[in-house]
Design a protein around this ligand. Structure first.
Ligand SMILES: [Zn+2]
Ligand SMILES: [Zn+2]
Length: 387
């Protein structure tokens, strides 16, 4: 089919100049992972240390993307000392996903114009293939390429980011060949290290990262916002070091956590937090729980309203929904206000000076907590019938 025959709505998807270097590279590496690696295993078998290195290098490079490229450089969700920044930049070279500066520039546009057919570089609105890898195989003239990287003036002041950017290609290609080769020579397992710690590790980590742009915008739940296609997905969270809580992330992009509860599987969050105890990371940004709870309640209200509209007694249901929702928002505000006052007094040591005041503040806090829990149950019971 020639270009002129393509309908308008498909033109954006299919237009653009093919990037042959990427097509050949991604195509061949994927094919090798699919054929050579099982063939070698069947023919010769693998030593366990080969897979240990393959998995270790995958975890290191994908953590560098998540902790470094994504949360540190794209979103400035925390600050890191130069040693950690250098390690993350090094791991970013190994991940072979372009420089931190280039990656962050694209990613900032993704958040700003999420789901926009033309402006979002890997818009999920153009389907799985485009958002997964198609966007890397065709250069579309959507104005996002900017040699000066004007969208990232903050990153241009980071000498580690600029060093990595300047030397990116020889560093990353060199490391991706040299590390598996040296390991292979050291262990006397040259070809299997090249295949597993080189090819398999790269293909595996590439596609898992790509899943965040594709699957995490298609498959999963949207508890925090339905304004965009981003979704929370526990399977992807497991595979990507916590990046799968993508709905939360698109709602609150500057939070250093993607999995917001402490038990949500998010190793990058655990690393960032743990390193803050020894001063390697600092100024970790967190969204107040009150705001998060309100966003969740609002999203549920919108979902319930949509479904309730289909019922014959829609007006009555809407009224009940609004009543319960208003009550909930009030209880959330009351509780977090009481908590704030209590925490502040604790900080100022006030509560310990005046026993009566202390008892009153705790009582207030406990009371509002109970009221909030009760209201939450009542709200969820009603809203979940429709949402
Ligand atoms: Zn996204
Ligand atoms: Zn992001």
């Amino acid at each position: 089919m020639s270009e002129t025959q393509i309908p308008n709505d498909q033109a954006t998807r299919q237009g653009g100049q093919l990037i042959w270097a990427n097509i050949i590279f991604f195509g061949l590496s994927f094919l090798a992972a699919l054929t050579l690696i099982p063939w070698y295993g069947i023919e010769y078998g693998y030593h366990w240390s080969t897979w240990l290195w393959g998995i270790g290098l995958w975890l290191f490079s994908s953590t560098s993307i998540s902790m470094g490229y994504h949360r540190l450089w794209s979103h400035r969700a925390y600050e890191a000392n130069p040693v950690l920044r250098a390690i993350l930049a090094f791991g970013g070279c190994l991940a072979l996903q372009n420089s931190a500066l280039h990656w962050s520039s694209d990613h900032r546009i993704h958040h700003k114009h999420v789901d926009h057919d033309e402006k979002d570089p890997y818009s999920a609105s153009l389907g799985f293939w485009h958002s997964h890898i198609g966007w890397l195989l065709k250069r579309r003239d959507n104005g996002r390429y900017n040699a000066q990287y004007d969208r990232c003036p903050d990153l241009k002041r980071d000498p580690i980011v600029m060093f990595q950017h300047k030397h990116y290609w020889w560093l990353s290609i060199g490391l991706n060949v040299a590390i598996p080769a040296l390991l292979g020579i050291f262990y006397g397992l040259f070809w299997e290290m090249m295949l597993v710690a080189g090819v398999w590790r790269l293909v595996w980590s590439h596609h898992l990262t790509f899943f965040i742009n594709s699957l995490a915008h298609i498959w999963g739940s949207r508890p925090y916002t339905e304004e965009n296609s981003a979704r929370d997905n526990i399977v992807l969270a497991f595979l990507t070091g916590g990046e799968g809580y993508h709905n939360y992330h698109h709602k609150f992009q500057f939070d250093y956590r993607n999995g917001v509860r402490w038990w949500h599987f998010d190793p990058s969050k655990w690393w960032i937090k743990t390193l803050s105890w020894v001063g390697v990371t600092k100024n970790l940004k967190v969204v107040p729980t009150e705001k998060i709870e309100k966003a969740k309640a609002q999203t549920l209200l919108l979902k319930a309203k949509e479904r309730a509209a289909e019922y014959p007694n829609a007006e009555e249901i809407m009224q009940r929904l609004y009543n319960e929702y208003d009550q909930l928002v009030m209880r959330i505000t009351e509780f977090y206000d009481a908590k704030k006052v209590w925490l502040e007094s604790k900080k100022a040591n006030l509560a310990y000076e005046i026993a009566e005041e202390k008892a009153h503040l705790i009582e207030n806090y406990e009371q509002f907590k109970l009221k909030l829990e009760k209201q939450k149950l009542s709200w969820l019971k009603l809203a979940k019938q429709y949402a």
